[in-house]
Design a protein around this ligand. Structure first.
Ligand code: ZN
Length: 346
């Protein structure tokens, strides 16, 4: 038996994203095989395809971090209850045994990895994962919605937690149209923050407002950070949610309040930035790095999804066969929210 999948054998442009048919594997001890009903793209998929200087991905690799589907085969030592069950995959991989894992900080595990980055991911018809990567799909939530949630919600939640966002704070979300940005607005609102957002197109700014941002800005205006000041009585934002890096970082730091926290999870425009240290220490500010989040938080986030308190914004849906168009859309920066991949269609 074979399955279709997207595969990266060498880094490069779209033509290095190969559609292949590969044998369907049997799950080993402690593993299960999931028939995927939906998966979702993240910016990481582009890095996996294009490569990152100084970083080695284990090629060949099936990309894709997010996925939801039905358990169709069990390896030895797994619980029978999973067979036929609808599940969402935990994208973060950790040992489950070390001190960090036992403390619940599994993203600090020395063996930490991500589906589709350190081992084969979800841009395929099936996937083999450890039983401990499974969570039940929230009742009443579609496959597309279930697959669109994990990585972006987990990332956004973890960032806001580390930045200690509290009710009454002003939260500035940079690139509100991204998967993590749309989630940060919704989670920030749940936490009682007042939200300002940047969006590079009118559609993205409208979406941010619909999700709850009270002010939106266009980052193409070189003085956009001054507007943050004017919307906050000259104080600046208490928490800034960054995932763009180079092109916005200096403006972000200028828009940060005294005692403010800037938290970053990505650098889609480049990772080299300038930091004016005088301003940072005189203003008692913090810059915080963040990647992924705790397994236990994902359980909480799925509950919020089931209660309809958060809802991933789905930009578009492509079948696995159309994965090139999906990558192209993500790379063009036109997408607002998540790009979902559904099973192969002839
Ligand atoms: Zn561990």
């Amino acid at each position: 038996m074979t399955m279709h999948c997207a595969q990266v054998r060498e880094h490069g442009d779209l033509d290095q994203l190969l559609l292949e048919q590969v044998p369907i594997e049997q799950p080993s001890f402690g593993e299960v095989r999931v028939r995927l009903r939906a998966s979702a793209l993240n910016h990481l998929d582009l890095w996996v395809r294009k490569g990152v200087a100084g970083h080695r991905f284990p090629l060949p690799l099936i990309p894709g971090c997010d996925g939801a589907g039905v358990v169709e085969a069990l390896g030895e030592g797994t619980d029978q209850k999973w067979l036929g069950r609808d599940v969402v995959l935990i994208p973060g991989l950790s040992c489950g045994l070390c001190g960090r894992c036992r403390d619940g900080d599994d993203m600090l595990c020395p063996e930490y990895g991500i589906l589709g980055e350190t081992r084969n991911g979800t841009c395929a018809e099936t996937i083999i994962v450890a039983e401990r990567q499974l969570l039940d799909r929230p009742e009443g939530i579609s496959w597309e919605q279930a697959a669109a949630l994990p990585l972006s919600a987990l990332t956004a939640w973890s960032m806001l937690r580390k930045a200690r966002l509290t009710a009454g704070d002003t939260l500035l979300v940079i690139a509100a149209g991204s998967g993590v940005g749309t989630m940060a607005i919704q989670l920030g609102q749940l936490l009682g923050a007042r939200i300002i957002a940047t969006g590079s197109s009118a559609a993205k700014r409208q979406l941010a407002e619909k999700l709850g941002a009270t002010q939106t800005l266009d980052p193409a205006d070189p003085d956009w950070w001054k507007e943050v000041k004017s919307h906050t009585d000259g104080q600046g934002a208490d928490v800034i949610f960054e995932n763009v890096g180079h092109s916005t970082f200096e403006g972000s730091l200028k828009a940060l309040a005294r005692g403010g926290r800037l938290v970053t999870c990505g650098a889609t425009s480049g990772s080299q930035v300038t930091v004016e240290l005088n301003r940072l220490f005189f203003k008692n500010q913090q810059i915080i790095g963040s990647t992924m989040g705790r397994r236990s938080d994902l359980t909480r986030l799925l509950r919020l999804q089931q209660q309809r308190k958060i809802e991933p914004v789905i930009d578009s849906t492509f079948s696995l066969k159309q994965i090139h168009s999906a990558h192209q859309r993500m790379e063009s920066r036109q997408s607002c929210g998540k790009i979902v991949i559904t099973p192969w269609k002839e």
